[in-house]
Write a protein that binds this ligand. Structure first.
Ligand code: ADP
Length: 269
Protein backbone atom coordinates (compact mmCIF):
# COMPACT_ATOMS: atom_id res chain seq x y z
CA UNK A 1 0.00 0.00 0.00
CA UNK A 2 2.79 2.36 0.90
CA UNK A 3 4.36 1.61 -2.46
CA UNK A 4 1.10 2.54 -4.17
CA UNK A 5 0.88 5.81 -2.24
CA UNK A 6 4.42 6.62 -3.27
CA UNK A 7 3.54 6.00 -6.92
CA UNK A 8 0.48 8.25 -6.52
CA UNK A 9 2.57 11.01 -4.99
CA UNK A 10 5.17 10.72 -7.75
CA UNK A 11 2.47 10.83 -10.42
CA UNK A 12 0.89 13.90 -8.82
CA UNK A 13 4.28 15.64 -8.64
CA UNK A 14 4.94 14.79 -12.29
CA UNK A 15 1.52 16.13 -13.29
CA UNK A 16 2.19 19.36 -11.35
CA UNK A 17 5.53 19.67 -13.08
CA UNK A 18 3.96 19.18 -16.52
CA UNK A 19 1.21 21.72 -15.67
CA UNK A 20 3.84 24.23 -14.58
CA UNK A 21 5.84 23.71 -17.78
CA UNK A 22 2.71 24.10 -19.89
CA UNK A 23 1.83 27.31 -18.07
CA UNK A 24 5.34 28.66 -18.70
CA UNK A 25 5.06 27.71 -22.37
CA UNK A 26 1.70 29.48 -22.70
CA UNK A 27 3.21 32.56 -21.03
CA UNK A 28 6.22 32.49 -23.35
CA UNK A 29 3.96 32.13 -26.38
CA UNK A 30 1.86 35.09 -25.17
CA UNK A 31 4.98 37.17 -24.61
CA UNK A 32 6.25 36.29 -28.08
CA UNK A 33 2.89 37.22 -29.61
CA UNK A 34 2.98 40.58 -27.81
CA UNK A 35 6.48 41.24 -29.09
CA UNK A 36 5.56 40.25 -32.63
CA UNK A 37 2.44 42.42 -32.39
CA UNK A 38 4.57 45.33 -31.19
CA UNK A 39 7.06 44.78 -34.04
CA UNK A 40 4.10 44.83 -36.43
CA UNK A 41 2.90 48.19 -35.11
CA UNK A 42 6.39 49.70 -35.34
CA UNK A 43 6.82 48.29 -38.84
CA UNK A 44 3.49 49.76 -39.86
CA UNK A 45 4.46 53.22 -38.56
CA UNK A 46 7.82 53.06 -40.33
CA UNK A 47 6.19 52.43 -43.67
CA UNK A 48 5.29 56.01 -44.65
CA UNK A 49 8.57 57.74 -43.69
CA UNK A 50 10.45 54.98 -45.45
CA UNK A 51 8.27 55.30 -48.56
CA UNK A 52 9.29 58.96 -48.60
CA UNK A 53 13.01 58.12 -48.46
CA UNK A 54 12.71 55.48 -51.19
CA UNK A 55 10.53 57.78 -53.32
CA UNK A 56 12.89 60.77 -53.21
CA UNK A 57 15.99 58.59 -53.64
CA UNK A 58 14.39 56.93 -56.65
CA UNK A 59 13.43 60.31 -58.13
CA UNK A 60 17.03 61.51 -57.75
CA UNK A 61 18.35 58.33 -59.39
CA UNK A 62 16.10 58.98 -62.37
CA UNK A 63 16.37 62.74 -62.69
CA UNK A 64 19.61 63.94 -61.14
CA UNK A 65 21.99 61.02 -61.49
CA UNK A 66 23.37 62.03 -64.92
CA UNK A 67 24.47 65.39 -63.48
CA UNK A 68 26.11 63.91 -60.37
CA UNK A 69 29.75 63.05 -59.86
CA UNK A 70 30.37 59.27 -59.87
CA UNK A 71 31.07 59.26 -56.12
CA UNK A 72 27.76 60.99 -55.34
CA UNK A 73 25.92 58.73 -57.74
CA UNK A 74 27.40 55.79 -55.84
CA UNK A 75 26.20 57.26 -52.52
CA UNK A 76 22.74 57.68 -53.97
CA UNK A 77 22.66 54.03 -55.10
CA UNK A 78 23.71 52.93 -51.61
CA UNK A 79 21.03 55.10 -50.05
CA UNK A 80 18.41 53.60 -52.35
CA UNK A 81 19.68 50.02 -51.80
CA UNK A 82 19.64 50.45 -48.03
CA UNK A 83 16.12 51.86 -48.10
CA UNK A 84 14.95 48.94 -50.24
CA UNK A 85 16.43 46.40 -47.83
CA UNK A 86 14.72 48.18 -44.96
CA UNK A 87 11.50 48.01 -46.97
CA UNK A 88 11.75 44.20 -47.27
CA UNK A 89 12.42 43.90 -43.54
CA UNK A 90 9.35 46.01 -42.75
CA UNK A 91 7.21 44.02 -45.20
CA UNK A 92 8.39 40.75 -43.67
CA UNK A 93 7.80 42.00 -40.12
CA UNK A 94 4.26 42.99 -41.05
CA UNK A 95 3.69 39.60 -42.70
CA UNK A 96 5.06 37.88 -39.61
CA UNK A 97 2.75 39.86 -37.31
CA UNK A 98 -0.23 39.07 -39.59
CA UNK A 99 0.71 35.37 -39.73
CA UNK A 100 0.96 35.34 -35.96
CA UNK A 101 -2.18 37.07 -34.85
CA UNK A 102 -4.71 37.65 -37.61
CA UNK A 103 -7.79 35.44 -37.34
CA UNK A 104 -7.79 32.62 -39.85
CA UNK A 105 -10.41 32.94 -42.56
CA UNK A 106 -10.89 29.35 -43.67
CA UNK A 107 -12.27 28.19 -46.97
CA UNK A 108 -11.58 25.43 -49.47
CA UNK A 109 -8.24 26.22 -51.06
CA UNK A 110 -7.30 24.58 -54.35
CA UNK A 111 -3.52 24.32 -54.07
CA UNK A 112 -3.25 23.49 -57.81
CA UNK A 113 -4.64 26.88 -58.76
CA UNK A 114 -2.75 28.70 -56.03
CA UNK A 115 0.63 27.18 -56.93
CA UNK A 116 0.04 27.79 -60.65
CA UNK A 117 -0.61 31.50 -59.94
CA UNK A 118 2.43 31.85 -57.68
CA UNK A 119 4.62 30.09 -60.26
CA UNK A 120 3.33 32.37 -63.03
CA UNK A 121 4.08 35.52 -60.96
CA UNK A 122 7.48 34.28 -59.87
CA UNK A 123 8.56 33.17 -63.33
CA UNK A 124 7.51 36.44 -64.98
CA UNK A 125 9.69 38.35 -62.49
CA UNK A 126 12.64 36.02 -62.98
CA UNK A 127 15.71 36.90 -65.03
CA UNK A 128 16.63 35.74 -68.51
CA UNK A 129 16.94 32.08 -67.59
CA UNK A 130 13.47 30.57 -67.30
CA UNK A 131 13.29 28.22 -64.33
CA UNK A 132 11.95 24.72 -64.91
CA UNK A 133 9.15 24.24 -62.41
CA UNK A 134 7.27 20.96 -62.39
CA UNK A 135 4.05 20.77 -60.40
CA UNK A 136 2.27 17.46 -59.75
CA UNK A 137 -1.40 17.29 -58.69
CA UNK A 138 -2.01 18.93 -55.35
CA UNK A 139 -4.89 18.63 -52.91
CA UNK A 140 -7.70 21.03 -52.10
CA UNK A 141 -7.44 21.80 -48.41
CA UNK A 142 -9.29 23.73 -45.73
CA UNK A 143 -7.28 26.79 -44.84
CA UNK A 144 -6.74 30.53 -45.02
CA UNK A 145 -6.10 31.28 -48.69
CA UNK A 146 -4.10 34.48 -48.13
CA UNK A 147 -1.83 32.88 -45.56
CA UNK A 148 -1.36 29.60 -47.44
CA UNK A 149 -0.47 31.58 -50.54
CA UNK A 150 2.28 33.18 -48.53
CA UNK A 151 3.59 29.76 -47.50
CA UNK A 152 3.71 28.61 -51.11
CA UNK A 153 5.17 31.91 -52.31
CA UNK A 154 7.93 31.93 -49.67
CA UNK A 155 8.95 28.32 -50.37
CA UNK A 156 8.97 28.73 -54.16
CA UNK A 157 10.68 32.13 -53.84
CA UNK A 158 13.43 30.60 -51.69
CA UNK A 159 13.87 27.65 -54.05
CA UNK A 160 14.46 30.11 -56.90
CA UNK A 161 16.58 32.51 -54.85
CA UNK A 162 18.96 29.89 -53.46
CA UNK A 163 19.71 28.36 -56.86
CA UNK A 164 22.89 30.14 -57.99
CA UNK A 165 22.67 32.21 -61.12
CA UNK A 166 23.83 30.36 -64.19
CA UNK A 167 22.75 27.03 -62.76
CA UNK A 168 19.68 25.25 -64.02
CA UNK A 169 16.86 26.41 -61.69
CA UNK A 170 14.83 23.26 -61.41
CA UNK A 171 12.01 22.97 -58.90
CA UNK A 172 9.54 20.20 -58.30
CA UNK A 173 6.37 20.47 -56.25
CA UNK A 174 4.63 17.28 -55.15
CA UNK A 175 2.08 16.11 -52.61
CA UNK A 176 1.18 12.90 -50.91
CA UNK A 177 -1.34 11.58 -48.48
CA UNK A 178 -0.02 10.96 -44.98
CA UNK A 179 -0.79 7.89 -42.90
CA UNK A 180 -2.85 9.94 -40.44
CA UNK A 181 -4.98 11.17 -43.34
CA UNK A 182 -3.48 14.63 -43.82
CA UNK A 183 -1.53 15.96 -46.79
CA UNK A 184 2.15 16.67 -47.20
CA UNK A 185 3.30 19.14 -49.85
CA UNK A 186 6.96 19.26 -50.86
CA UNK A 187 9.00 21.88 -52.71
CA UNK A 188 12.32 20.47 -53.92
CA UNK A 189 15.15 22.43 -55.54
CA UNK A 190 18.68 21.77 -56.70
CA UNK A 191 20.13 24.88 -55.13
CA UNK A 192 22.90 25.57 -52.62
CA UNK A 193 21.44 23.41 -49.84
CA UNK A 194 21.82 23.93 -46.08
CA UNK A 195 24.56 22.66 -43.73
CA UNK A 196 23.19 19.75 -41.62
CA UNK A 197 23.97 21.37 -38.25
CA UNK A 198 21.77 24.35 -39.16
CA UNK A 199 18.63 22.49 -40.21
CA UNK A 200 17.19 22.64 -36.69
CA UNK A 201 17.16 26.42 -36.44
CA UNK A 202 16.30 27.37 -40.00
CA UNK A 203 12.59 27.97 -39.22
CA UNK A 204 13.40 30.40 -36.37
CA UNK A 205 12.99 34.14 -36.92
CA UNK A 206 16.05 36.04 -38.19
CA UNK A 207 18.15 32.87 -38.62
CA UNK A 208 20.01 32.53 -41.92
CA UNK A 209 22.17 29.53 -42.80
CA UNK A 210 25.83 29.59 -43.81
CA UNK A 211 26.13 30.07 -47.56
CA UNK A 212 23.23 32.55 -47.81
CA UNK A 213 25.45 35.63 -47.34
CA UNK A 214 25.42 36.56 -51.01
CA UNK A 215 21.61 36.52 -51.23
CA UNK A 216 19.36 39.28 -49.93
CA UNK A 217 17.05 38.16 -47.14
CA UNK A 218 15.73 38.91 -43.68
CA UNK A 219 15.58 35.42 -42.19
CA UNK A 220 11.85 35.82 -41.58
CA UNK A 221 10.36 33.94 -44.56
CA UNK A 222 10.56 30.46 -43.05
CA UNK A 223 9.47 31.70 -39.62
CA UNK A 224 6.34 33.04 -41.35
CA UNK A 225 5.84 29.67 -43.10
CA UNK A 226 6.27 27.85 -39.78
CA UNK A 227 3.80 30.03 -37.90
CA UNK A 228 1.13 29.85 -40.62
CA UNK A 229 1.34 26.05 -40.88
CA UNK A 230 1.43 25.70 -37.10
CA UNK A 231 -1.80 27.72 -36.91
CA UNK A 232 -3.38 25.35 -39.44
CA UNK A 233 -2.48 22.41 -37.19
CA UNK A 234 0.28 21.17 -39.50
CA UNK A 235 4.04 20.63 -39.43
CA UNK A 236 7.02 21.89 -41.45
CA UNK A 237 10.39 20.35 -42.19
CA UNK A 238 13.32 20.16 -44.56
CA UNK A 239 15.81 17.63 -45.92
CA UNK A 240 18.87 19.18 -47.44
CA UNK A 241 22.50 18.66 -48.44
CA UNK A 242 24.96 21.47 -49.05
CA UNK A 243 25.37 21.54 -52.82
CA UNK A 244 22.69 18.90 -53.30
CA UNK A 245 19.55 20.99 -53.05
CA UNK A 246 16.77 21.20 -50.47
CA UNK A 247 13.39 19.60 -50.03
CA UNK A 248 11.08 21.73 -47.89
CA UNK A 249 7.74 20.29 -46.86
CA UNK A 250 4.65 21.23 -44.95
CA UNK A 251 1.77 19.06 -43.85
CA UNK A 252 -1.85 19.93 -43.28
CA UNK A 253 -4.19 17.78 -41.24
CA UNK A 254 -6.97 15.64 -42.75
CA UNK A 255 -10.28 16.99 -44.08
CA UNK A 256 -8.41 17.81 -47.29
CA UNK A 257 -9.19 16.12 -50.57
CA UNK A 258 -7.34 15.70 -53.84
CA UNK A 259 -9.14 17.27 -56.76
CA UNK A 260 -7.00 16.47 -59.78
CA UNK A 261 -6.45 12.75 -60.11
CA UNK A 262 -5.76 10.36 -57.27
CA UNK A 263 -2.01 10.63 -56.93
CA UNK A 264 1.12 12.32 -58.18
CA UNK A 265 1.00 10.82 -61.63
CA UNK A 266 0.05 13.70 -63.83
CA UNK A 267 2.11 16.81 -64.45
CA UNK A 268 0.03 19.97 -64.50
CA UNK A 269 2.44 22.93 -64.89
P1 ADP B 1 15.73 34.66 -46.01
O1 ADP B 1 15.64 33.91 -47.31
O2 ADP B 1 15.06 35.99 -46.05
O3 ADP B 1 17.12 34.72 -45.47
P2 ADP B 1 14.12 32.56 -44.78
O4 ADP B 1 13.54 32.55 -43.41
O5 ADP B 1 13.20 32.41 -45.93
O6 ADP B 1 14.94 33.90 -44.86
O7 ADP B 1 15.21 31.42 -44.84
C1 ADP B 1 16.13 31.28 -43.78
C2 ADP B 1 17.43 30.72 -44.29
O8 ADP B 1 17.23 29.37 -44.72
C3 ADP B 1 18.00 31.43 -45.51
O9 ADP B 1 18.75 32.55 -45.13
C4 ADP B 1 18.84 30.33 -46.13
O10 ADP B 1 20.08 30.25 -45.43
C5 ADP B 1 18.06 29.08 -45.82
N1 ADP B 1 17.18 28.66 -46.93
C6 ADP B 1 15.85 28.84 -47.03
N2 ADP B 1 15.36 28.28 -48.16
C7 ADP B 1 16.42 27.69 -48.78
C8 ADP B 1 16.58 26.94 -49.99
N3 ADP B 1 15.55 26.64 -50.80
N4 ADP B 1 17.84 26.50 -50.30
C9 ADP B 1 18.89 26.78 -49.48
N5 ADP B 1 18.81 27.49 -48.34
C10 ADP B 1 17.59 27.94 -47.98
Amino acid sequence: NRALRRVDAATAALRDDIDRREAVEVQLRQRESELVGFAGIVAHDLRSPLARITGYADFLREEAAPRLEPLHRDFLERLYGGAQRMQSLIDDLLDYATADNQDLVTAQVDLNRMVAEVVRDRVSGHGAQQPRIVVWPLPTVDGDATLLRQVVDNLIGNALKYTPEGEDPSIEITSRREEAGGWRVEVADRGIGIPPDQLDTIFDAFIRAGGSEGYHGTGLGLAIVHRIIERHGGLVGVDSNPGGGSRFWFSLPAHARLVAGTGATERIV
